[in-house]
Design a binder for this molecule. Structure first.
Ligand SMILES: Cc1cc2nc3c(=O)[nH]c(=O)nc-3n(C[C@H](O)[C@H](O)[C@H](O)COP(=O)(O)OP(=O)(O)OC[C@H]3O[C@@H](n4cnc5c(N)ncnc54)[C@H](O)[C@@H]3O)c2cc1C
Length: 388
């Protein structure tokens, strides 16, 4: 069995498979579980907006070796579903009986002049670390201005952290501008919007809506309004798209590039390939598909791992349905906002919601770091966590 990716879906698919092998009493070595991932880490991607990245990267050896899961650092470039072969950038090939595609998503950076050269992002650990180095390296002689593009959840969380972050780096005045071609938090719902707007204002963030970024330079950004803003850094947080590896599968994809999966996380029409996390659109209840989120990616991974092994041994698979949906958005020093339901009704805010967000970011979404096999396998059980 191969797993592509070691994020929230891939890690838990691999551990879920190891756990199911154990449960079925399959002798060691009878089924090899191998993770192919571009980086030898399980990255806690949801924390990339934070100032301190020191706990955001977990070596795969710590969480996969004790469970007997092999891992190879490799960029997968092709999948041949007929031959059941995966090819990596260095030309190596890997056969599989079952594949779990869990290569996640990427921020979409459009072809705007200067963006590729000068733009930053918090999409990956490496991207967030590059932004951090850049902010630390800014000359200490004038107000630092950072422009965050995209006022969705990632842009809001990033912007809210920045004023304090910049002030902690030096005594410069910090200016943070949040820019969006539409409105602020347009997908966060009417209930959360006033809380978000107040937090942005309390955090001293300037908001420019209805404007498009036209060009980016080393220390400026040009807007569709004709305005040219000073920008010591531009952080691109607008838009996510599923990994391009989804294009390797002969199936239709949704507007975000995700492949359709059945209730068992099997790609519709391809019996040997399962998909989990941001690459897959799975039904969460009768009315809603999964959202690109670690909230959905982690259980999707666990169920995919369980089901792959069950499928290989002719055992019944488990259908995944998740009867609750929440969002918990970090608002920096202004706390957080916690919504419940697909209509996103605010149930807590401020310090109370912040405590929940911190519990999620520092404990709930982490695998056990004890290197203890039994603990790792127990954490991979195909069970739904209660809401946070
Ligand atoms: C700043 C930020 C904040 C976020 N906040 C939240 C939040 O509060 N709540 C929430 O639920 N979600 C949040 N998200 C979204 C969440 O991070 C993603 O939905 C989640 O990471 C998806 O998990 P995944 O395993 O599908 O993909 P990822 O976590 O992206 O993992 C993908 C894996 O695939 C590997 N990979 C990719 N391409 C290849 C390839 N070609 N070959 C080999 N390996 C490959 C990568 O190295 C990685 O290991 C946030 C995202 C960001 C960027």
């Amino acid at each position: 069995m191969l797993v592509i990716g070691s994020g929230f879906a891939g890690l838990w698919a691999a551990l879920g498979a190891a756990r199911r092998l154990d449960e079925l009493g399959v002798p060691a070595g009878a089924v090899e579980v191998t993770v192919l991932s571009a980086r030898p880490f399980h990255d806690i991607r949801v924390r990339n907006y934070e100032a301190d990245l020191s706990a955001c990267r977990i070596p795969l050896a710590d969480v996969l070796d004790p469970a007997g899961v092999a891992h190879v650092t490799a960029d997968v470039t092709a999948i041949d579903p007929d031959a059941r072969v995966v090819t990596t950038k260095d030309g190596a090939t890997y056969d599989y009986d079952r594949l779990v595609l869990a290569s996640g998503s990427q921020v979409v950076k459009p072809a705007i002049g200067g963006l590729a050269e000068f733009g930053f992002d918090v999409d990956t650990y490496d991207g967030a670390a590059a932004l951090d180095r850049h902010l630390r390296g800014l000359a200490d002689d004038q107000a630092a201005t950072v422009v965050v593009v995209g006022a969705g959840p990632t842009g809001i969380e990033t912007a809210c952290e920045l004023p304090n972050r910049l002030r902690a780096l030096s005594s410069r005045r910090a200016r943070v501008v949040l820019v969006d071609h539409g409105g602020v938090g347009s997908d966060m719902g009417d209930s959360a919007l006033p809380v978000i707007q107040k937090a942005l204002s309390d955090n001293g963030i300037e908001v420019l809506t209805g404007v498009i970024v036209r060009a980016v330079g080393a220390d400026w950004v040009k807007l569709s309004s004709g305005e040219r803003l000073r920008a010591d850094a531009v952080v691109w947080c607008a838009g996510m798209r599923a990994s391009p590896l989804t294009e390797q599968l002969p199936v239709s994809r949704d507007p975000s590039g995700r492949v359709p999966v059945d209730d068992y996380l099997r790609v519709v029409g391809i019996s040997s390939i399962f998909a989990a996390g941001d690459v897959a659109a799975a039904r969460m209840d009768d009315d809603h598909l999964s959202v690109m989120s670690c909230q959905h990616g982690r259980p999707m991974g666990r169920y995919a791992g369980y089901n792959v092994i069950s499928d290989l041994f002719g055992e019944p698979m488990l259908a995944l349905r998740i009867p609750w949906y929440v969002t918990v958005l970090d608002l920096g020093p202004a706390g957080a906002v916690y919504t419940e339901g697909w209509d996103r009704v605010v149930v807590s805010q401020g310090a109370a919601a912040k405590a929940t967000k911190q519990a999620i970011n520092t404990r709930r979404i982490y695998p056990p770091l004890s290197r203890d096999r039994a603990e790792l396998l127990a954490a991979a059980a195909p069970e739904l966590q209660a809401r946070p």
